[in-house]
Design a protein around this ligand. Sequence first.
Ligand code: AKG
Ligand code: FE2
Length: 240
Amino acid sequence: MNAVASQGLATTPETYDWPGIEQSLDAQGNAVLPSLLTAGQCDGLAALYAREDGYRARIVMARHGFGRGEYKYFAYPLPPLLDQLRHALYPRLAPIANRWNRQLKIGAQYPHDLDAYLRRCHEAGQTRPTPLILQYGEGDYNCLHQDLYGDHVFPLQVAILLSEPGRDFTGGEFIMTELSNKGHRADVVALRKGDAVVFTVNQRPAMGRRGTRKVAMRHGVSRIRSGHRHTVGLIFHDAK
Ligand SMILES: O=C(O)CCC(=O)C(=O)O
Ligand SMILES: [Fe+2]
């Protein structure tokens, strides 16, 4: 399973415009991290899909009403590159998560360090790893959903596109919807191979003239018109 060595990231999280990312998360509930992985790292991860070892579960989405396509949850230890990314991104996102919870009047606050947060999840019985890899073919899609796996929820997550739109597949856009007292709208997040999107797991605060509103968000993937699409998902809370 350790075929994808920790060869270093294409772009280290420090080089991103974090104030800009935070602004986009506040305004839209999502933000793009361009070129988080190299094409070679994407291909190495996508090639792991076919392997039998290194996973705790395989989910065929149609069997659960989740859409069409399939995914696998990685077992611990995660592939080093994903473990490194999960640890590198978490401390950037925890301050935003803490502010969002304060604005939403949610009591939970997150420690600065992922290992401390995972200890909290594990002590509460959320011990199973949630990072996953997804595989879609022609006609597949991912229904709008929220990745909640227990009482402990880290409010931001990351998905990385491992395939090149227009070449490896057509259709298959990453979609977010938001529902609040201001209406119900959709956003399509344009990604290239190697790009990641940081996005809201369940709720985000939105500032309005009358103070903070609560916006409920879901994500999904539109129908793949042709070809194959792979993604990796990094969720920071573990599962019951
Ligand atoms: O395939 C995608 O772009 C979305 C995957 C997803 O639902 C997730 O990472 O939680
Ligand atoms: Fe998801």
